[in-house]
Design a protein around this ligand. Sequence first.
Ligand SMILES: Nc1ncnc2c1ncn2[C@@H]1O[C@H](COP(=O)(O)OP(=O)(O)OP(=O)(O)O)[C@@H](O)[C@H]1O
Length: 257
Amino acid sequence: MIEIKQLSKSYGDKVALNQLNLQINQGEIFGFLGHNGAGKSTTIKTLVSIIEPTSGEIVIDGLDLATHRETIKKKIAYVPDTPDIFLQLTASEYWDLIAVAYEIKEEAKVAKLTELSQLFAMTAHQDETLASFSHGMRQKTILIGALLADPDIWILDEPLQGLDPQAAYDLKAMMQAHADKGKTVIFSTHVLDTAQQLCDNLAILKQGELLYNGSVDTLLESSPGERLEDIYLKMAGRQADNQPTEQTEQLEEISHE
Ligand SMILES: Nc1ncnc2c1ncn2[C@@H]1O[C@H](COP(=O)(O)OP(=O)(O)OP(=O)(O)O)[C@@H](O)[C@H]1O
């Protein structure tokens, strides 16, 4: 279980996250939704130890992230929103690097790579550099690397961006299969149909504040006949609009019950 307690992050004067409290259960698919700049990536980067929070605490399976960082990092695989890393490496060299970092045995690595690179149509490209790849191919290379370790917690920042329809379909199936094995999958997205289709629970953020935390079903039941997209847009409002909508107030009550 992941417990996020009173988590805040400021970049200079800019408050990106304000006292966020959340719980993410093992084996669930958890989604972060929110307009641009809402704080989704900041939350995710804090979870994967890329950035330090200004204050607050993250506890994963009973261990405080601040004091058990190395142990916790081994449980987590992360797919960033911009896959422009290790561009000078070939896909195969990148996967080798991940296998060493996560201490994956050679036999298991080869079996998993054969399966995943075929699934994502990357076998023919494994000896080409990431620099020569399209955005989607880099994304697939990093996805394959993340899955090599069969992580307890798989965290993906806007993972569907840039994937072709087949790869997006396969990735969604893999996220579901990963959760079905009892692993935790956390992702951010702007694709509300995907959130509705995949998520057990979600958090909706706006300008660093939590607007809603709870199940997708509860959210949908709160407005019969409406899709998640309709409910989300009413709740989050327009970017410049800081005033809570009537829907926001109603849903805040539900999420605190
Ligand atoms: N390195 C940084 N320096 C200064 N401000 C930052 C930095 N990173 C993020 N911010 C600010 O923090 C706020 C939250 O940004 P964040 O990237 O977490 O949003 P997001 O919800 O992931 O947005 P998007 O959907 O556009 O990816 C924004 O106002 C952003 O401008």
